[in-house]
Design a protein around this ligand. Structure first.
Ligand code: FES
Length: 174
């Protein structure tokens, strides 16, 4: 290598080194900004989703008398079934099977819910009548205001089995 070539190489080396140094500083700066963004997003209070707000979660099912005793009505929007038991009380049942979460249809002719995935079955109260489902269908809070049935789909209530106190009855007419 000639003296001139050596001189050129030593001139190029510092500028390449300084370019790489600047590149690393730049990348470090970008990484720092990303980390700061993640930390800020983590610390900021979470805004509830629309579906979690109360006004969105409450579904007006309809007047008490529009549900025949012994009937099951599907509510697509709220993803629940409204069961009206023979005695007149109401239960809002989740559509989700408690085995592995498949959607459970109501089979009107058999008067039971039957899961298409592994054949679990549930009665009109959501209680298990055929395993492998380990427990009754989950329920939502039902309340009756001015003879109108409403369901709060904002909070799922897990239960192991059906119990009489889960049923909500309309006020008796005087
Ligand atoms: S998911 Fe319903 S029986 Fe398995």
């Amino acid at each position: 290598m000639s003296k001139q070539d050596k001189a050129k190489t030593t001139e190029v080396e510092p500028s390449r080194r300084s370019f790489l140094t600047k590149l690393w500083i730049g990348l470090g700066f970008v990484a720092l900004i990303e980390i700061a963004g993640i930390v800020i997003a983590f610390l900021r209070p979470r805004r509830p989703r629309l579906s979690e707000t109360n006004s969105e979660a409450i579904i007006t099912a309809g007047p008490v008398d529009s549900f025949t005793p012994g009937s099951v009505t599907a509510f697509i929007r709220g993803r629940f079934y409204l069961s009206r038991l023979e005695e007149g009380g109401f239960l809002a049942l989740s559509r989700k099977c408690t085995h592995l979460g498949c959607t459970v249809p109501w089979i009107e002719k058999d008067k039971k819910f039957e899961c298409p995935c592994h054949a679990s079955a549930f009665d009109i109260t959501g209680d298990v009548i055929n395993p492998p489902a380990p427990r009754a269908l989950d329920i939502y809070q039902v309340f009756i205001e001015n003879n109108i049935v409403k369901v709060n789909t904002g909070k799922l209530i897990k239960r192991s089995e059906f119990r009489a106190e889960q049923v909500v009855y309309p006020e008796k007419k005087v």
